[in-house]
Design a protein around this ligand. Structure first.
Ligand SMILES: Cc1cc2nc3c(=O)[nH]c(=O)nc-3n(C[C@H](O)[C@H](O)[C@H](O)COP(=O)(O)O)c2cc1C
Length: 139
């Protein structure tokens, strides 16, 4: 786990991510990145990066592992009154070796997911669960 609070590093991750999104060839990412005022890190003062040795694995165990940890961080942040956002997009920035090197990760570790944390501008709002029928009950 790497906690990035350094403003210059946060700014560079944001800038490189935006640039990669704009040139990704992916319609969704390019549209999102072109949205007026869009910043991949949303101006959050902290980005927690969760990495795993060798990156993702064939069984997806590493991704499940870091994602469970991230979810716990999000729950804890909410309990503390902090806003948070689970992000994978900004991890693409670490394809840039110079930027990846600045994380000081142990040898062979690859960033997989991130959690942005900060105080929300407009307070936290709860999302009501909608009954969209995507749960199958086998009783
Ligand atoms: C696998 C995955 C990757 C995501 N990556 C990003 C991301 O890179 N940037 C982003 O703004 N939201 C990303 N999200 C979406 C947010 O984490 C969040 O789920 C979304 O804003 C909806 O939140 P809500 O249901 O609380 O409104 C991702 C969600 C998932 C499940």
């Amino acid at each position: 786990m790497t906690v990035v609070e350094h403003p210059e590093l946060l700014r560079d991750i944001d800038r490189v991510t935006l640039d990669m999104m704009l040139h990704s060839g992916n319609d969704f990412l390019e549209k999102r990145a072109s949205t007026e005022g869009y910043a991949p890190l949303y101006g959050a003062p902290a980005l927690i990066i969760l990495s795993a040795p060798g990156g993702n694995d064939a069984n997806g165990f590493n991704m499940a592992n870091v994602s469970c940890a991230a979810e716990n961080m999000i729950l804890a942040a909410t309990e503390l009154g902090l806003g948070s956002c689970f992000v994978m997009g900004p991890m693409m920035a670490f394809a840039n070796p110079e930027l990846a090197g600045r994380l000081g990760l142990p040898e062979g570790y690859v960033p997989l997911v991130g959690v942005l944390v900060g105080y929300a501008l407009h307070g936290l709002k709860s999302n009501m669960r909608n009954e969209s029928g995507n749960v199958t009950w086998l009783e």
